[in-house]
Design a protein around this ligand. Structure first.
Ligand SMILES: *[C@@H]1O[C@H](CO)[C@@H](O)[C@H](O)[C@H]1NC(C)=O
Ligand SMILES: *[C@@H]1O[C@H](CO)[C@@H](O)[C@H](O)[C@H]1NC(C)=O
Ligand SMILES: *[C@@H]1O[C@H](CO)[C@@H](O)[C@H](O)[C@H]1NC(C)=O
Ligand SMILES: *[C@@H]1O[C@H](CO)[C@@H](O)[C@H](O)[C@H]1NC(C)=O
Ligand SMILES: *[C@@H]1O[C@H](CO)[C@@H](O)[C@H](O)[C@H]1NC(C)=O
Ligand SMILES: *[C@@H]1O[C@H](CO)[C@@H](O)[C@H](O)[C@H]1NC(C)=O
Length: 176
């Protein structure tokens, strides 16, 4: 019993640290991470979390080369010319939206905004601050000596997974 409680608590802590939902008002400001880092060729996901009383709020994503929301262009999820694999993908939950950018290139660097629209009980729109996507080149970091920075950022996701596995492993063995 203790073991289960402990484990769930840690899981909650881990998940909570990533999502960190803060409940406020009927439609608070949607939240996105301040910056997201990705290596060229990788897939990356930007999360947008919000609080709403509406059943099916509409979420749209917008991309711009500056941190100003007014200069951004709406992201289309279906390629207009019938190419089968879209560069962008969206996963939706009632109070969250996840934008996945596949096979990122340097052209994807910039700011991403999410805008939430709720129409019931009344029409309200609110948009997030920009989430800056920073792209690193993995080949660069293999070739150059002066690359500690890009090396560590590209290794961060892996480090996180390893840490997560370690936590679970520790819990498992300390109780058996
Ligand atoms: C978005 O929500 C925040 C917090 O509720 C509020 O302060 C802000 O004015 C809202 N922005 C817009 C554009 O409605
Ligand atoms: C389809 O559109 C994408 C961008 O919207 C463009 O990069 C690509 O070259 C287009 N493909 C064809 C066959 O027109
Ligand atoms: C990713 O994009 C690059 C260039 O944009 C292309 O050369 C490469 O084949 C793509 N990789 C995948 C898995 O689609
Ligand atoms: C990036 O954008 C420039 C100009 O819009 C274009 O010429 C180039 O092909 C794009 N590169 C990739 C990898 O999509
Ligand atoms: C959005 O940016 C403003 C100004 O930088 C900041 O005060 C505010 O806390 C940010 N909102 C969120 C949800 O991070
Ligand atoms: C290493 O990179 C930093 C920041 O990009 C730069 O200021 C510095 O001059 C570089 N050092 C060498 C030896 O290239």
């Amino acid at each position: 019993m203790d073991y289960l409680l402990n484990r769930n608590f840690l899981l909650l802590l881990t998940v909570g640290a990533i999502i960190n939902p803060r409940v406020q008002g009927t439609l608070g400001e949607p939240k996105v991470p301040r910056t997201v880092e990705a290596c060229v060729g990788a897939h990356t996901t930007i999360s947008c979390t919000f609080h709403t009383d509406a059943k099916w709020p509409k979420v749209s994503w917008c991309f711009g080369k500056t941190s100003d929301f007014n200069g951004c262009k709406k992201i289309e999820f279906h390629s207009s010319n019938g190419s089968s694999v879209s560069h962008y993908h969206e996963d939706k939950e009632r109070t969250a939206s996840y934008l996945t950018i596949r096979n990122v290139t340097f052209n994807d660097s910039g700011w991403y905004f999410c805008e939430v629209t709720q129409d019931i009980p009344q029409l309200i729109k609110n948009y997030s601050n920009g989430s800056e996507l920073v792209i690193y080149s993995p080949t660069e970091s293999n070739l150059e000596v002066n690359t500690t920075y890009s090396n560590t950022t590209c290794g961060k996701i892996l480090a996180f997974i390893v840490l997560f596995l370690c936590i679970n492993w520790t819990i498992f063995y300390s109780h058996s």
